[in-house]
Design a protein around this ligand. Structure first.
Ligand code: ZN
Length: 194
């Protein structure tokens, strides 16, 4: 079983990384995601009756766009806020095409950095079934010391249904889960060598 791609400040993406293919995150959306991830998101939103209620705010960001976002946020919101909510360029899951920021459509303006995606209603239904469709809420409260990112109720990462179910069942952040799989794999390798 492949270990899901881990991207954070300690694990930057390979230079020049590009998703293999991109599709609209949701039908008619200008936001793009890696195609398998986009299909899974569309199915999940449909399954919870979220069409027209759940909006894709930000998905795939080319490296240059992450650089601009980092610089603009730094300039307008200061360093503390930026380090809390914006990943360093080269270390953002958004550069993989496997991460999506979502908002509940309230008819008002959408906050691009911190979209409103509450825990109840259709957003709660979305979360309850997310793992089934391969998504995890990536930056949960209580895991900040592990992820290095503040709680982000709006940011979901596609890891595939099998991994998502295991992570949800054991309340593991992707960092913890990837370490567990790596350790397991190396133990297995040692056993095979004996
Ligand atoms: Zn995000």
């Amino acid at each position: 079983m492949n270990i899901p791609l881990l991207v954070n400040a300690a694990h930057p993406l390979a230079e020049g990384f590009e998703p293999s293919s991109l599709s609209p995150a949701l039908p008619g959306s200008e936001v793009l995601l890696e195609s398998e991830c986009a299909a899974a998101l569309t199915a999940l939103v449909r399954a919870v009756g979220g069409e027209g209620k759940i909006i894709a705010v930000s998905g795939y960001r080319p490296h240059g766009e992450q650089v601009l976002l980092w610089e603009n946020t730094l300039r307008t919101c200061g360093e503390d806020f930026t380090r809390k909510y914006v990943a360093l360029p080269g270390c953002s899951e958004h550069e993989t095409g496997l991460a999506i920021d979502l908002a509940l459509d309230t008819g008002g303006e959408v906050d691009f950095i911190r979209p409103y995606f509450p825990y109840d209603g259709v957003c709660g239904k979305f979360r309850a079934r997310a793992a089934e469709f391969g998504f995890i809420e990536r930056y949960q409260s209580g895991k900040e010391h592990i992820t290095g990112i503040a709680a982000e109720p709006w940011h979901f990462r596609y890891v595939g249904a099998e991994h998502a179910a295991a992570m949800a069942a054991h309340c593991l952040a992707l960092e913890e889960y990837a370490e567990l799989l790596t350790t397991r794999r190396s133990l297995h390798g040692q056993r095979e060598k004996l």
